[in-house]
Design a binder for this molecule. Structure first.
Ligand code: BG6
Length: 470
């Protein structure tokens, strides 16, 4: 058990206030998570959805049903009824004190509500300040969605505002990647096995590449995406969390408090990104998406080369690429091992220079695979590459949001991001937030601009995820 949990357990939140109840995140992820929580008994407290007054309660209830039908279906009508029974809607302007008075009125007797901000970051300050001014912050928790700020200065400012109402122990910064089973397995796999540690360093590892590609575009989120871009949307947070789990030193004790320390250490050891090590791309047609500026230079793709200046990782290049409207929807890590020191067999170096690699497939279909060469039967010393393949997915696993919401409402901060890590991660990307070359147009359905291939070329190539299925 986590050290922090061996102390007295904090009270479970006795209500959930969901700001942004009519938004995209609530529709796609949060309502299905709440429904799953009701089904398994993890949610039985009032839920107050808050959004603009253009909606009324009946319409929002309908939308909850639509959301569930579109994302997994309603297989337990009683649980659905229970969820609707817990749900109230408050429509109003976030800048209007009457909205917060109405939220209070909808929560009679709640002493420790959790406030979930599923709203555009530009609204965070208004809402947090109003929660404080209305007294709704007393004894409460704040659950806030990434991105936490849009650079180092704004992250610090956001934190200052949050801390003016909530103590650090009541702030839960969500990166939903930390609620994914396959991501947690990276931590487990690394530290529950002894065979990795001797080779998990600059002496044996040639390079690490991480791909987070999506085969679809911004899907109606153009206006949000224009304020973010790929680097802020998924690299500084989701991808960096993956890097941290792969690169961190062993946590000093059993528990996530120790993992958070080691995560922040990795970010502090990352070398700030050089503009020459970043390729930005934009898919053809992005500028025609609703909410997107006709001359937008916002990147929908990035590829970057990184260095971690630590004893373990000195000199090992880390390649990260992420983007939308790419050739496939896949998230995976490939840790390439160095070639054997002597080439005894003609074919002993693999296709991309490395014959051994460890692959963590995050999605679709979580798996871990170890690639090795095996001799083909016959007189010649000729072999072929195979993967030892471990499937790591069980149907019916809790979704990341179900897991994280349950944890946050229980007051367990283990799976959430600490402010020092947020700031250290922003410091790494800061040099390229404003100083970078223009986004290069790439065709939809490709692997991004060719320049991304050149970035990795000196160290082999990106391993195309689809080409190495187990
Ligand atoms: C979100 C980003 O944080 O993560 C989206 O805002 C992205 O743009 C999504 O599509 C990816 O998450 P997942 O769980 O589908 O890999």
């Amino acid at each position: 058990m986590d050290k922090q949990m061996t102390a007295t357990l904090p009270p479970t939140s006795d209500a959930l206030v969901l700001f942004g109840a009519t938004g995209d995140l609530a529709y796609k992820k949060l309502f299905p998570a709440l429904y799953a929580m009701v089904k398994n008994g993890a949610l039985s407290v009032p839920v107050v959805g808050v959004a603009s007054a253009k909606w009324n309660e009946a319409r929002v209830r309908e939308r909850i049903g639509e959301s569930l039908k579109a994302h997994g279906g309603i297989d337990d009508s009683k649980a659905f009824e229970r969820l609707l029974g817990l749900f109230r809607f408050v429509g109003g302007d976030y800048a209007d004190a009457r909205t917060f008075a109405a939220i209070r009125a909808a929560l009679p007797g709640a002493r420790s509500p959790a406030h979930y901000l599923a709203i555009p970051p530009a609204m965070f300050e208004t809402v947090i300040s109003a929660i404080g001014a209305s007294g709704l912050g007393d004894g409460a928790r704040l659950i806030v969605e990434k991105p936490f700020g849009r650079d180092l200065a704004s992250a610090r400012e956001l934190n200052r505002i949050a801390l003016s109402v909530f103590p650090e122990s009541s702030i839960f910064r969500i990166d939903h990647y930390l609620g994914k089973e396959a991501i947690m397995n990276i931590l487990y796999f690394r530290f529950a096995n002894s065979f990795l540690e001797p080779i998990w360093n600059r002496n044996y590892i040639h390079s690490v590449s991480i791909t987070l590609s999506e085969g679809f575009g911004v899907e109606g989120r153009g206006a949000f995406y224009e304020t973010a871009g790929c680097l802020r949307d998924v690299v500084q947070n989701h991808m960096f969390q993956i890097v941290a789990l792969l690169a961190m030193e062993a946590p000093a004790y059993r528990g996530y408090g120790a993992v958070q320390d080691k995560t922040a250490d990795v970010f502090r050891a990352m070398r700030p990104i050089d503009p020459g090590d970043l390729v930005r791309g934009q898919y053809a047609g992005y500028r025609e998406e609703p909410g997107v500026a006709p001359d937008s230079d916002v990147e929908t793709f990035c590829a970057l080369r990184m260095q971690i200046d630590s004893w373990r990782w000195a000199g090992v290049p880390w390649f990260l690429r992420a983007g939308k409207s790419l050739a496939d929807t896949v998230a995976e890590v490939v840790v390439n091992l160095k070639c054997p020191p002597q080439r005894l067999f003609e074919d002993s170096a693999g296709q991309d220079g490395c014959s051994n690699y460890l692959r963590f497939r995050i999605a679709p279909g979580a798996a871990v695979a170890l690639a090795a060469r095996v001799k083909k039967t016959g007189e010649e010393f000729v072999g072929e590459q195979h993967e030892l393949y471990l499937q790591n997915e069980r149907p019916g696993e809790a979704s990341p949001y179900e897991r994280l919401l349950t944890e946050a409402m229980a007051g367990n901060s283990a799976l959430f991001i600490r402010q020092d890590a947020v700031e250290a991660a922003w410091a790494v990307v800061e040099p390229v937030l404003h100083r970078h070359s223009p986004a290069i147009c790439y065709p939809r359905g490709s692997w991004g601009p060719q320049e991304a291939d050149s970035l990795a070329a000196r160290h082999g190539a990106w391993i195309k995820p689809a080409a190495c299925d187990g």
